[in-house]
Design a protein around this ligand. Structure first.
Ligand code: COA
Length: 329
């Protein structure tokens, strides 16, 4: 059994920040950012929260599917930048759009979140317990960016995308993986607890982590780069093997958009025509788990997804997580 995406929608905030804007606040240039990352602009939230962006994308996906909120059985939200530690962003988005009765939960698999969520949705759909899953990927990276750190602040943007997923009889295969030995290659730390019964100091095992600022993304960029250029092609190859198809049979690949050089390396390693890869990093930068569904929503709205197309979605992110899904549209 496979899946069908019967609706998709996206929402990005109005405010656009260019590379030139960054050159005014940190020691960087349009030339450096463009050649090293492929990013030109990113949309950033200014006065709106992740659940509000996610709700807008969700309503657009429902409208695209011509569906009422009552028909949603499950809301899966992917995010690393939720508005509250609890409740889940899924419950907040469901409440915002008027869903009264659905299974709601968040999935934190960082930038690979959408691929993980789609696979979880598929497995729930296979069980026969439910018919319709709404996946919302809502991210507000500006929440955890240190705007004095030029090596991270230029990379990320905000936005949300949503898809409505049902089961189908078509081809589906996935390769979902994690490499937890890289757990602290990208991280954002919460404050240690403080309570009235405390007698001891909380100590991290790693001194660098202990010293890291609270709430700001920390990244070993070069290590992540090396990981991603191996993990992305590997996930695509493994998913294709499981789908029992050759790489040439894939019509379209939507990769996570972290750095255009990572995508170009994957293209070379997979020996596939670059035209098969959808790239929108220039406008949006890295919106974590929202990148892949945002690409899906753009392509669907443009009528570029054709019935029978074999589509591959491939992501990687903090954790380290990675994975690919291949499905027939
Ligand atoms: N503007 C100008 N110079 C910058 C800069 C910026 N925005 N950011 C870093 N630099 C500098 C560094 O300080 C370093 O200077 P030095 O040589 O004087 O020390 C130099 O550029 C090279 O830094 P390096 O980190 O080697 O650059 P890079 O080519 O590897 O690019 C990343 C850095 C972060 C763009 C790249 O490593 C990357 O994309 N990594 C993967 C990150 C990722 O995917 N994260 C999300 C996972 S979902």
């Amino acid at each position: 059994m496979g899946i069908q995406i019967i609706g998709a929608g996206m929402y990005v905030p109005e405010t656009i920040v260019s590379n030139e804007d960054f050159a005014k606040i940190v020691d960087t240039s349009d030339e450096w950012i463009t050649t090293r990352t492929g990013i030109k602009t990113r949309h950033i939230a200014d006065g709106e929260l992740a659940y509000q962006m996610g709700a807008k994308a969700a309503l657009r996906a429902l409208e695209d599917a011509n569906m009422a909120v009552e028909q949603v059985d499950m809301v899966l939200v992917t995010t690393v930048t939720a508005d509250c530690l609890t409740p889940s962003l899924a419950c907040m988005i469901a409440n915002e759009i008027g869903i009264e009765d659905a299974i709601c939960m968040d999935i934190n698999a960082a930038c690979a979140g959408y691929v993980f969520a789609l696979d979880i949705a598929k497995k729930y759909l296979d069980s026969g317990d439910l018919q319709t899953v709404l996946i919302v990927s809502a991210e507000m990276l500006t929440r955890m960016i240190d705007y004095t750190d030029r090596s991270t602040c230029v990379l990320f943007g905000d936005g949300a995308a949503a898809t409505i997923v049902k089961k189908s009889d078509s081809l589906y295969a996935s390769c979902i993986k994690s490499s937890p030995k890289g757990a602290m290659k990208i991280y954002t730390k919460l404050p240690e607890p403080k309570h009235p019964f405390q007698t001891k100091t909380y100590r991290w095992n790693d001194e660098d982590v202990a010293k890291a600022p609270i709430g700001m993304i920390q990244m070993a960029g070069n290590d992540v780069y090396k990981f991603a250029t191996t993990a992305m092609p590997q996930a695509v190859e493994l998913a294709a093997q499981k789908a029992n198809i050759s790489l040439d049979e894939i019509d379209l690949i939507i990769p996570h958009q972290a750095n255009v050089r990572i995508i170009n390396t994957a293209i070379k390693k997979l020996k596939l025509p670059p035209e098969k890869f959808y790239i929108n990093i220039e406008e949006f930068g890295n919106i974590s788990s929202a990148c892949i569904p945002l690409g899906l929503a753009q392509l669907k709205a443009a009528g570029r997804l054709k019935q029978g197309d074999k589509i591959c979605l491939v992501g990687f992110g903090a954790g380290l997580t990675y994975g690919a899904v291949i499905f027939e549209y």
